[in-house]
Design a protein around this ligand. Structure first.
Ligand code: C5P
Length: 318
C-alpha cells in the first residue's frame, strides 16, 4: 500500500488585527502569519478497508469527526468519490508535537497535511490554490498552512498574499498544558467589548488592510529585520485573553523581562512566544523563564522560523 509521511509546521501570528464583522458571523481580519519548525508528523496510508481512520499518540487529539484531519479526509472522499473508490480507505496517524488548542494552528496544519497527502496518494494533481480553496471550507487557518512561510492573511484569514520568507529568527514558546482557550469565546468576547469600534463599510475595510500591506511590519519583514519585526508585534485578542487568564499575562511579563527581541500571544492563545536573534539567546531566555516560573505545567519550546508549509518527509510502498 502506498504511503506518505508529511511534516505539518505550526504557525504564529506576528500581527492580528480585528477590523470588522462579516455577514457569515466571522470577523474581518488582517493578520501576518509565520510558519515555525515546531511541527507534527502525519503518516498517511492507503488501506484496503473502505473507511477513514485516525490514530494519534496524544490523549487530547480525537479520532472521530471532531478531528479536522478526519474532516479533511472526508472532504476529499466527497469531492473525489472515484479516486476514493479506486484507492480504498485511509489510515491517518498523527504524531503530535504542537500543543493542542494553543493558538498555533495545530489542528489546521494537520488538516492541510491530509489534503496535500491525499492529493499525492490519489495522484489528483491539484494546484496549491485548489488545495487552499478546499482548506478554506474546513477552517480559516488551513489555507495558510498548505503553503506556509510568511504571509498576509485577510478576509476570514483565508485570502493570502505571500511575503519574503524569513528563516533567520528563533523563538521560544510557552504554553500551560492544562490551559486551553476557546477561539469562538475569544472572538465573541472581543465583539462584545470592542464591536463598536469595528469598521462597517467596504472601502474602510479595504483601506485598513491596505495600510497593513504598506505598513511598518511588512517593511520589517521585507528587510528581514528581527528587531523591527519584534517592535511591531501586535495581537488584538490579547485584550480579551490576558485579563481573563492571569497566568498567561504573568508568562508574557516574564518573557518581556528576559533578554529577547519582543513578545506576544499567538492567535487566540494561550501560547505566548518571544522572538530571539539566535538559538543561544532563545535557549538562555528559556532557562530564564523556567527559573522564574518553576511550574511543571508550563511547557517551553525553542523553535525557528521556516519558509516551509506542508512537505513530504518520506514516501513508499508498505
Ligand atoms: O475558522 P476557524 O474554525 O478556525 O474559526 C474558529 C472560530 O473563531 C470561529 O467559529 C469564529 O467564532 C472565530 N473566528 C472569527 N473570525 C475569523 C476566524 C475565526 O470570528 N476570521
Amino acid at each position: 500500500m502506498r504511503s506518505y509521511t508529511l511534516i505539518a509546521p505550526a504557525k504564529i501570528n506576528l500581527y492580528l488585527e480585528i477590523i470588522g464583522d462579516r455577514p457569515d458571523g466571522f470577523h474581518e481580519l488582517v493578520m501576518i502569519l509565520q510558519s515555525i519548525d515546531l511541527a507534527d508528523r502525519i503518516d498517511l496510508k492507503a488501506s484496503s478497508i473502505q473507511d477513514i481512520r485516525v490514530y494519534s499518540d496524544h490523549p487530547q487529539v480525537p479520532s472521530d469527526k471532531t478531528n479536522l484531519a478526519y474532516r479533511a479526509a472526508e472532504l476529499m472522499a466527497r469531492q473525489f468519490p472515484e479516486a476514493y473508490a479506486q484507492y480504498g480507505g485511509l489510515d491517518i496517524t498523527i504524531h503530535k508535537h504542537i500543543p493542542v488548542a494553543a493558538g498555533l494552528a495545530g489542528g489546521s496544519t494537520n488538516a492541510a497535511a491530509v489534503l496535500v497527502g491525499i492529493d499525492l496518494l490519489w495522484g489528483l494533481g491539484l494546484t496549491q490554490s485548489e488545495l487552499e480553496e478546499l482548506g478554506a471550507t474546513l477552517g480559516s487557518d488551513v489555507p495558510f498552512c498548505v503553503g506556509g512561510g510568511t504571509a498576509i492573511a485577510t478576509g476570514r484569514g483565508e485570502q493570502l498574499a505571500s511575503l519574503t520568507g524569513i528563516d533567520n529568527l528563533y523563538l521560544i514558546l510557552g504554553k500551560y498544558r492544562s490551559l486551553a482557550v476557546s477561539t469562538p469565546w475569544a472572538y465573541k468576547t472581543y465583539r462584545q467589548q470592542f464591536g463598536s469600534t469595528y469598521l462597517r463599510d467596504k472601502d474602510s475595510l479595504a483601506a485598513r488592510a491596505a495600510a497593513v500591506h504598506s505598513g511598518a511590519m511588512v517593511k520589517a519583514i521585507v528587510n528581514k529585520n528581527g528587531v523591527e519585526i519584534a517592535n511591531k508585534l501586535h495581537n488584538d485578542l490579547e485584550k480579551v485573553v490576558l485579563p481573563e487568564y492571569p497566568p498567561v499575562q504573568k508568562l508574557r511579563e516574564t518573557f518581556a523581562q528576559a533578554d529577547i527581541l519582543g513578545t506576544m500571544m499567538s492567535g487566540s492563545g494561550p501560547t505566548v512566544f518571544a522572538l530571539c536573534e539566535s538559538q543561544t539567546q532563545a535557549e538562555q531566555a528559556k532557562q530564564y523563564v523556567r527559573t522564574a516560573i518553576p511550574d511543571e505545567d508550563l511547557e517551553l519550546f525553542v523553535a525557528k522560523f521556516t519558509t516551509k508549509g506542508i512537505y513530504v518527509a518520506q514516501s513508499g510502498n508498505r
